[in-house]
Unconditional design. Structure first.
Ligand code: NAD
Ligand code: UD1
Length: 333
C-alpha cells in the first residue's frame, strides 16, 4: 500500500515525502519535472535512507496516471502538482487553468476507476480573496481571488467539494497553506525558484548570497505595525508534518474538510528581514519601494481548527525559518 505524491519533487512535496517516509509510509512520487529536478529523489533518499519510487509523469496525462495506479496499490493521493507563479498566471491564464484544473480532474477520474478514495489537496490562503478580514477562518466565504492562480485553487476546491458530495466513499482534505518558507535542516532540499524570485524569502536569501544587489520592500505605508506587509510565515517542515496529520484524518473521516495550515501569527516583511540578518549575521541591503500591485496589507490564519481536529500545530519560529532558508541557499549549486 502506497501514498501517491503528485508534484513530489517540488518544494513542499519533497519535504512532505521526507515526513511521510519518517512516519513509516511507502510513497510513490509522480512529477513531470517542469519546476523541479530528479536529483531531489536522491536527496530524499539521503535524508530518510529510503528511496521513493519515482515516475517522471504528467498528471494531466491519463494513460501515464493509469499506469502508476496499475503498478502500485495507491490508497491516498497528496496532490501538489500545479503551476504556482502568480504573475505568470496573469499573463498566461489558460496555461494555468489547463494544468491546474486538468491535473486535478484527471487524477479524480483515475482514482475513481482505481477505487482510491483519499485526496489531500494543496490549496492556498489566496482563496480568501482580497476583501477578507484577518484572522482567516475556514468557514469564511472564499472567492474574489486576485489572480488566475488563486481562481484555480478556488475552482479545484469546488470540484473536490462536489466530488465528495457525490461519492460517499470519498475523503477530501483541502489544506490552505499560508506562506511556506525555510528548508529541511539538512540543507539538501528547499525552494529553488527559476529566474528572479517573486516571493520574499528566496529574494532575501539570493540577496544574502550576492545574487541580487538589494531587496525591494514593497510598501511601508500599510496599516500595520511598521507599515510593511504582514504575513503568516510557516516553516515548510511544519507544513509537511501537517500533511501527515491530514492523511491520518482522511483515513478516519469521509466527506470534505478544509484546514488552514498557518502558525496563526503574522510577522511583517521587516520582522523577517531583521530576523534573517540577526540569526545569520549577514546584512541584507534593502530599499523601500512602491506597493506591489495585488498585495494586501495583512494575512494570517486562525489556526485552531487544525489544532483541534488534526492535532497539528506549527512548532518552528522565524529564527529557524531564516536559519534553514540560508543554510539551503548556501548549499545551492
Ligand atoms: P513547486 O513548483 O516547487 O512544486 C510543484 C511540482 O509540481 C513541481 O515539481 C512541478 O514540476 C510539478 N508539476 C507541475 N505541473 C505538473 C503536472 N502537470 N504533472 C506533474 N507534475 C507537475 O511548488 P510548491 O511550492 O511545492 O507548491 C506545491 C503546491 O502547493 C502547488 O499546488 C502550489 O500551488 C501550492 N501552494 C504553494 C504555496 C507556496 O508558497 N509554495 C502556497 C500555497 C499553495
Ligand atoms: C504570494 C502570492 C500568493 C501565494 C503566496 C504563496 C502574490 C500577490 N501572492 O503571496 O497568491 O499563495 O505567494 O506563498 O504574489 N515582498 C517584498 N519584496 C519582495 C517580495 C515580497 O517586500 O521582493 C513582500 C510582499 O509585498 C508581501 C510579503 O513580502 O507583503 C510576502 O510576499 P510573497 O512572499 O510574495 O507572498 P504573498 O504576496 O503573501
Amino acid at each position: 500500500m502506497s501514498i501517491l505524491l503528485t508534484g513530489g519533487t517540488g518544494y513542499i512535496g519533497s519535504h512532505t515525502a521526507v515526513e511521510l517516509i519518517n512516519a513509516g509510509y511507502d510513497i510513490v512520487i509522480a512529477d513531470n519535472l517542469s519546476n523541479s529536478e530528479a536529483v531531489v529523489i536522491d536527496y530524499i533518499e539521503t535524508i530518510t535512507k529510503k528511496r521513493p519510487k519515482f515516475y517522471q509523469a504528467d498528471v494531466c496525462d491519463k494513460a501515464q496516471l493509469e499506469k502508476i495506479f496499475d503498478e502500485n496499490k495507491i490508497t491516498a493521493v497528496l496532490h501538489f502538482a500545479g503551476y504556482k507563479a502568480v504573475g505568470e498566471s496573469v499573463s498566461e491564464p489558460i496555461k494555468y487553468y489547463r494544468n491546474n484544473l486538468d491535473s486535478a480532474i484527471t487524477l479524480l477520474e483515475v482514482m475513481q476507476s482505481a477505487g482510491c478514495n483519499q485526496f489531500i489537496f494543496s490549496s492556498s490562503a489566496t482563496v480568501y480573496g482580497t476583501g477578507a478580514t484577518v484572522p482567516y477562518k475556514e468557514e469564511m466565504p472564499t472567492g474574489h481571488c486576485a489572480n488566475p492562480y488563486g481562481w484555480t485553487k478556488y475552482m479545484i476546491e469546488q470540484i473536490l467539494t462536489d466530488a465528495a458530495k457525490a461519492n460517499n466513499n470519498l475523503s477530501v482534505v483541502l489544506l490552505r497553506y499560508f506562506n511556506p518558507v525555510g528548508a529541511h535542516e539538512s540543507g539538501l532540499i528547499g525552494e529553488k525558484p527559476v529566474g528572479v524570485p517573486n516571493n520574499l524569502m528566496p529574494y532575501i536569501t539570493q540577496t544574502a548570497a550576492g545574487m541580487r544587489d538589494h531587496l525591494s520592500v514593497f510598501g511601508n505605508d500599510y496599516d500595520t505595525k511598521d507599515g510593511t506587509g504582514v504575513r503568516d510565515f510557516i516553516h515548510v517542515v511544519d507544513l509537511a508534518k501537517g500533511h501527515v496529520k491530514a492523511l491520518e484524518y482522511a483515513n478516519k473521516n469521509l466527506g470534505c474538510e478544509v484546514f488552514n495550515l498557518g502558525t496563526g501569527t503574522g510577522y511583517s516583511v521587516l520582522d523577517l528581514v531583521n530576523t534573517f540578518m540577526e540569526v545569520n549575521g549577514i546584512n541584507i541591503p534593502y530599499e523601500i519601494a512602491p506597493r506591489r500591485a495585488g498585495d494586501i496589507a495583512t494575512s494570517y490564519a486562525n489556526a485552531t481548527k487544525a489544532k483541534e481536529k488534526l492535532g497539528w500545530q506549527a512548532q518552528l519560529g522565524l529564527k529557524e525559518m531564516c536559519k534553514d532558508a540560508w543554510n539551503f541557499q548556501k548549499n545551492c549549486k
